[in-house]
Design a protein around this ligand. Structure first.
Ligand SMILES: NC(=O)c1ccc[n+]([C@@H]2O[C@H](COP(=O)([O-])OP(=O)(O)OC[C@H]3O[C@@H](n4cnc5c(N)ncnc54)[C@H](OP(=O)(O)O)[C@@H]3O)[C@@H](O)[C@H]2O)c1
Length: 330
């Protein structure tokens, strides 16, 4: 039988965005318990350029060549042996750890739930929440949920315990994580203070933030105080200063770096590094909120697979609103 092939980005060594080159490679075959997915769109996550640059070698060891990407939306092309609960032709979305900057990828049909990552970083190899694609979303929009909505959800409601009536400070509220966190916090009934640069203030207000802080002009301490909850997606000085605007007993969840637990203790607050892995149940709950009209994704820009270097270069700027997406099939 002739081996079927597909187009995929293959990275042969760490480097600049130009190392993201399209090649023709064998199409994967689903093994026992796996789905073969025809990828229609892949979300471009900041983590993927850190990996491409070789900045996370101890956390995510990669053998070369590898295909980047995990967030996807696509259609089930084939079921591996012993797969139940899914059907060929279903449109699905979520995370597939074997590489999604490609026409096809494989994923476990029913990934096991993983215990929280107590090491303080995420070895993401085993995470693959999956769900039926919301009918109201395009493939490109659905590809923004994993690593954006799922991270926001677990940080707010699993690592943290954000409650109705609380005051929440959401950093980088225009970003791929923050735009969902802002909407989730509002849906929960929290009062949201969002941070963004001048160009994104109106956007963050439109997501439901009552207060927006222009981090390029206004120190956050001038506006935010007695906060119950902080989502930190910036790290560094922003994280340290955010601890000081929490009320006593308040909680900061960071997705960026080890939590400064000692400083938090001195200040009488909690600092937590996000550690709860998103599950398919989390993703399904998010999709329910989307279907009910409480939450909507935002795409920053769509690129073709061949344009993956441009997509990474844009992502590396660290600015802008919404998630960058690769369009792979109509
Ligand atoms: N640990 C995890 O599991 C996990 C998961 C997802 C993401 N992350 C990390 O979280 C970070 C954000 O991810 P993302 O997907 O949201 O990134 P993104 O989509 O690229 O968005 C970045 C956002 O940061 C904003 N920003 C930049 N500097 C800022 C500052 N000093 N204060 C406030 N906002 C600022 C930008 O807004 P302006 O254009 O307005 O500047 C932009 O909207 C990344 O570093 C990513 O690696 C970690």
């Amino acid at each position: 039988m002739m081996t079927q092939t597909m187009r995929a980005i293959r990275v042969h060594h760490y480097g600049d965005p130009e190392v993201l080159q399209v090649e023709r490679v064998p199409r994967p075959e689903p093994e026992k318990g796996e789905l073969l997915i025809r990828v229609h769109a892949a979300g471009v996550l900041p983590m993927e350029y850190f990996i491409r640059k070789g900045h996370l070698p101890g956390i995510l060891p990669k053998s070369f060549p590898y295909t980047p990407g995990t967030a996807f939306a696509g259609v089930i092309e084939k079921l591996g042996p012993d797969v139940t609960g899914w059907e060929v032709g279903q449109a699905i979305c979520g995370r597939a750890p074997n590489g999604t900057y490609a026409e096809y990828t494989t994923v476990q049909a029913h990934p096991p739930a993983l215990a929280p990552d107590t090491v303080g970083y995420r070895n993401t190899a085993g995470i693959s929440p999956l769900a039926l694609k919301p009918e109201t979303l395009s493939f490109a929009e659905a590809a923004t949920l994993s690593g954006g909505a799922t991270t926001a959800w677990t940080a707010l409601f699993e690592d943290g315990n954000l409650q109705a009536g609380q005051r929440a400070l959401i950093h980088a509220a225009a970003g791929g994580v923050g735009l969902f966190a802002t909407q989730f916090a509002r849906w929960k009934g929290a009062q949201v203070i969002g941070t963004a640069s001048t160009a994104n203030l109106d956007f963050v207000s439109s997501l439901g933030a009552e207060t927006v802080i222009d981090y390029t002009t206004t120190p956050l301490e001038e506006v935010a105080h007695d906060v119950d909850f902080v989502l930190d997606t910036v790290g560094g000085e922003t994280l340290q200063r955010s601890l000081r605007v929490l009320k006593r007993g308040g909680t900061l969840v960071t997705v960026m770096e080890p939590a400064p637990v000692e400083l938090a203790e001195q200040l009488g607050v909690h600092a937590i590094k996000n550690a709860v892995f998103p599950t398919s149940e989390h993703l399904q709950r998010i999709i329910q909120l989307i279907d009910e009209g409480h939450v909507k994704p935002t795409i920053r820009q769509i690129f073709s697979l061949d344009e993956a270097p441009l997509a990474h270069a844009l992502c590396e700027t660290g600015h802008g609103r919404g998630r960058i997406v690769l369009h792979i099939a109509d």
